[in-house]
Design a protein around this ligand. Structure first.
Ligand SMILES: Nc1ncnc2c1ncn2[C@@H]1O[C@H](COP(=O)(O)OP(=O)(O)OP(=O)(O)O)[C@@H](O)[C@H]1O
Length: 304
């Protein structure tokens, strides 16, 4: 698979403070890439540099075969990317349609391209019900739909989304998320996303975790879960004391809360082996799969 973003030894300082400390990574074309990190880790700084809005201190960045900061290449990079920031840049007094068409004209699209592209974004983002409404009068979720439509009007090959679903109600979050996934899968667009929602990161093809300006973990959600999260087996015994004794006699570590015994297991198969042995004693059980939340918490607890 071809890399659409290649970052080598990127550094960025604000005065004395080094916010990005020499990070390197690549993003494959057509994939969904999630960039995670606690507040202040350097996610926005990195995105702003990649989007040509902020100057890097050093390092090399190649986007869509263009070299960032070399003569004419930043203009080419801007043409091939769409960006949705946490703060919207649309005009409150214009309608959604006017805002998006205005944006399209900035890319010098022909009249026919504007019509075709507007239809394309409208079909993905259901703009019909809001296109005649002034942007300033929209709800938070409707604004987000318009923001994403604006970022897509020139049909970019790479879409940057900085926390696209923060502050949205669950239903709108789901809509925005499904739309992003659909666009990525149906149009082979690459999506570069920052998010605080771990269940969203779990759907990415690749995840990078940033901590204090350094990459501290990188891989597919499954690989990260295998490395940093673990499955648990929750058990309820017919007889509390008998169950506790069995676990102690078999040297199995557990925690107990409200009569539920929780045991850390290496895998679902390990849980099954244990269940076969203990079956006569248990009233009920549940295998709890490791999540991306566990991954994030585990990584954040580690020293850099
Ligand atoms: N303009 C600036 N001047 C000085 N320091 C800055 C500036 N912008 C960001 N920083 C600092 O750089 C570090 C990285 O900030 P950045 O906004 O990139 O983090 P982030 O991971 O996007 O955080 P969040 O999740 O809160 O948006 C922080 O310590 C921040 O205080």
């Amino acid at each position: 698979m071809k890399s659409i973003i290649q970052v080598e030894n990127l550094r960025k300082s604000y005065g004395q403070h080094e916010a990005i400390k020499g990070i390197s990574f690549s993003v494959e074309q057509g994939t969904l890439f999630a960039f995670l990190g606690a507040n202040g880790a350097g996610k926005s700084t990195t995105i702003e540099i990649l989007c040509t809005l902020l100057k890097k201190s050093s390092g090399t960045i190649n986007i869509n075969s263009y070299m960032l900061d070399s003569s004419h290449d930043n203009a080419e990079i801007r043409k091939s990317i769409g960006v949705v920031f946490q703060q919207s840049l649309l005009d409150e007094h214009l309608t959604v349609y006017e805002n998006i068409i205005h944006r399209g004209k900035m890319y010098n699209l022909s009249k026919q391209e504007l019509i075709d592209n507007y239809q394309f974004v409208s079909s993905y983002l259901n703009l019909n019900d809001i296109e005649k409404q002034k942007y300033g009068t929209l709800s938070g979720g409707q604004k987000r739909r318009a923001d994403i439509a604006k970022a897509l009007i020139h049909r970019p090959t790479l879409l940057f989304l900085d926390e696209p679903t923060t502050g949205l109600d669950p239903q709108t979050r789901q809509f925005v998320w499904q739309t992003i996934k659909q666009l990525q899968e149906e149009t082979n667009m690459t999506v570069f996303l920052t998010t605080h929602y771990m269940e969203e990161a779990a759907m990415a093809d690749k995840v990078i975790v940033l901590k204090q300006g350094e990459i501290v973990a990188e891989g597919t959600p499954d690989a990260l879960k295998t490395q940093y999260a673990y499955d648990q087996l929750a058990l309820v015994f017919y007889d509390f004391t008998e169950g506790a004794n069995w676990l102690q006699e078999n040297n199995i570590n557990y925690t107990e809360k409200q009569n539920i015994f929780t045991i850390r297991v290496q895998s679902t198969l390990h849980a099954l082996a244990l269940l076969k042995q203990i079956e006569p004693l248990i009233a009920s059980f549940e295998v709890i799969k490791g999540t991306m939340d566990d991954v994030f918490i585990h990584i954040m607890e580690q020293e850099v």
